[in-house]
Design a protein around this ligand. Structure first.
Ligand code: HEC
Length: 100
């Protein structure tokens, strides 16, 4: 391993678990921005996610995933995430400032 890679590996190992979760949540949430807006602050017809309670977002996403809630696209998107990742997404968007 090159010294730079070792330094990177050591730096990664010292990031606390909560910070890693926050970074992972932010990265996962970035894939939603095209449709639901930056930080979930959607404009126009798409529903914003910012400021919606984590429990509600989790329930909606797991309903899309299971097919209990029919959708045009979200059932396919939701299937790409584990329940653990959906929890991270839900708490990330719940913590964002609502724009509506
Ligand atoms: C390609 C566009 C697109 C992307 C990307 C997308 N969504 Fe959606 N989302 C939609 C549409 C359209 C709906 C309305 C339901 C449907 O028809 O699928 C929706 C609905 C939702 C709802 C229900 C909102 C409500 O109040 O009814 C949630 C929650 C949601 N999306 C979360 C997410 C999350 C989290 C991501 C990222 C992992 C994401 N979406 C990525 C288009 C998108």
């Amino acid at each position: 391993m090159k010294p730079r890679l070792i330094a990177l590996a050591l730096a990664a190992a010292t990031v606390p678990a909560w910070a890693q979760d926050a970074l992972l949540a932010r990265n996962l949430a970035a894939t939603c921005a095209n449709c639901h807006g930056t930080n979930g602050q959607a404009r126009g017809d798409i529903k914003p996610l910012a400021g919606v309670s984590a429990g509600r977002i989790f329930a909606m996403l797991t309903d899309f995933k299971s097919g209990a809630q029919p959708a045009t696209i979200m059932h396919q998107i939701a299937r790409g995430y584990t329940d653990e990742q959906i929890k991270l997404l839900a708490s990330h968007f719940a913590a964002q400032q609502s724009n509506r």
